[in-house]
Ligand binder design. Sequence first.
Ligand code: ZN
Ligand code: ZN
Length: 242
Amino acid sequence: MPKIQRASDVIEQDSEKAFYFIGGGIASAAVAALLLKYQGSGGFVPLAWILVFAAVGLIGFGVFWIVKAKQVTSVSIKCPFCFERNDLIEQPVDDDVPCVACNRMIPILGGVVLSVSQVRCGFCNGLNYYSSKTEALLCEHCNREIQLFQEEGKDSGKRIAKGFAVVDDDQQYELVLVEVGRSSEEVITTLQQMLALNRNQVKDILENTPVTLLQGLPRMKVDLLVAQLSAHGATAEARSLK
Ligand SMILES: [Zn+2]
Ligand SMILES: [Zn+2]
């Protein structure tokens, strides 16, 4: 089964084709115009007309690809890990697709995005996710295997993690920036994207650290944002809202 493409990728490829065809068309038209202007003893005229036809054809193809790019339909699925929207050109049936935002494979079965459960790694206590489709779970943080087994007496297909407590965390969290760290420029850029604010607004916020950046986040999302900020040298924390 062919891999399902992202709508944005297909639009980009089609637009690129349109760009080359139209560019070629314009170049042919320009050469034709020059030949018609300086026709020499008239010998260039037939060549000029050939180029005119070529230009019309190329631009026609270009328009065709523009129309195709516009017709790309997209199906949205929501990543169960980071809740980001992913636009695909068709509904996936049983093939997992990588998430644009967090790069984890979104588990899909029978056209439905499976929900994911959380488990903490018994070795490093890092948070991991698994679905009923997960065959083997390796810790995202320390790479050790977290054993899963089929829950007895249940035909739901739900697996539970063996030996480690399954976290059923439906609490809300807030994201607190404790310290900016050394690479404040990187952190500013990251926060601009994360909070959809401009540079000056972000700088104002940073004057008052520790500062709450976002509230009411699920555990998975807040952990992801903390990791993202730590990657840029900042110190951030997830605090539970009770
Ligand atoms: Zn994701
Ligand atoms: Zn681990």
